[in-house]
Write a protein that binds this ligand. Structure first.
Ligand code: ADP
Length: 292
């Protein structure tokens, strides 16, 4: 098969691992920088040009689209879809997953546990927003933040008011969420491929930090998910229609609560924590699905 990996940098761990795995399985593989793709719109003949050449003969693509280039990356993925090329992550799922509010909305009807969350346009209503999520402390999050940046814990109504005012002044859209204290600064990342959890890790924030992101100094270790956690992860990937998903969950006293669903989850953290070959699972998924 001929497989394209949409990635800005062939040296990134995830990209390298996917290339290696394609080669191991005897596939032809090309790393394509989606930002250097030109999308050609023409009746009956959707095409992509890359470095002045038309991209042809691809059976599948694996999108690895960074959050800062979601718009352009999604357009390139959609173009491959129009060309009939199988993609491990569809353009729609990719776009939906990039907005924390939209993805939570899409998860609400699938029986998946979620932290109580409020989105408001009227930030002067702080009292009632805080009451709705069960009182302080609350977590305030930028809708399009990543890697734990733009996620703030406000201990008092006064602090929450100041943070909301500040974000409002910057015209940044935020959600306000109940703080799940019992998760103890840890979360779970389940890596879902083709409707199955292929690896899971627990991430623990550094001392005194409620955010467990590895980019914020958190550490990770392999974990066995409970059947309930596994079900929440699989249902979340399905609700967002993602062939590959990194589902982040908090362990709470009322069961797993899904925080977000990543459509380009990194391989480095999960492979190093679990010693599993996740790249291989992705290539096997393509072999099962492309050209069906
Ligand atoms: P990002 O997409 O920037 O990683 P998250 O919503 O995943 O943002 O939040 C970052 C981290 O903060 C999570 O991994 C988790 O450890 C912690 N966290 C987020 N929301 C809550 C919450 N409601 N209660 C407790 N901890 C939270």
């Amino acid at each position: 098969m001929k497989i394209g990996i949409l990635s800005r940098n062939a040296n990134l761990y995830s990209t390298r691992r996917l290339v290696e795995s394609c080669q191991k399985h005897g596939h032809q593989v090309e790393v394509i920088d989606h930002l250097k793709c030109n999308i050609i719109i023409e009746e009956e003949l959707p095409r992509v040009y890359y470095n002045g050449k038309m991209l042809e003969g691809f059976d599948a693509i694996i999108p690895r689209i960074g959050a800062s280039v979601t718009f352009y990356g999604t357009a390139v993925v959609r173009q491959f879809e129009m060309m009939g090329v199988f993609t491990t992550v569809k353009s729609r799922g990719l776009a939906d997953s990039r907005d924390k509010l939209r993805s939570l909305q899409l998860l609400t009807k699938s029986g998946i546990g979620l932290p109580k969350t409020v989105f408001t346009n009227y930030s002067k209503d702080v009292e009632s927003i805080i009451d709705t999520v069960g009182g302080v402390p609350v977590v305030i999050k930028l809708l399009e933040g990543t890697q734990g940046l733009g996620v703030v814990l406000a201990d008092t109504k006064k602090a929450a008011t100041s943070v909301l005012e500040a974000f409002n002044g910057l015209k940044a859209r935020v959600i306000v969420q109940e703080f799940i204290k019992e998760s103890g600064g840890a979360d779970l990342r389940a890596f879902v491929v083709d409707g199955k959890v292929v690896g899971a890790m627990k991430r623990q924030g550094k001392q005194g930090e409620f955010r467990s992101n590895l980019h914020r100094g958190g550490t990770s270790s392999v974990v066995e998910l409970s059947p309930e956690e596994e079900k929440a992860a699989v249902s979340s990937a399905k609700a967002l229609n993602l062939g590959i998903a990194g589902v982040d969950m908090l362990q709470s006293s009322r069961g797993p609560l899904v925080l977000e669903v990543n459509s380009s989850p990194g391989l480095e953290g999960i492979e190093k924590a679990t010693h599993l070959d996740i790249a291989d699972e992705i290539i096997k998924f393509i072999e099962r699905s492309a050209k069906k």
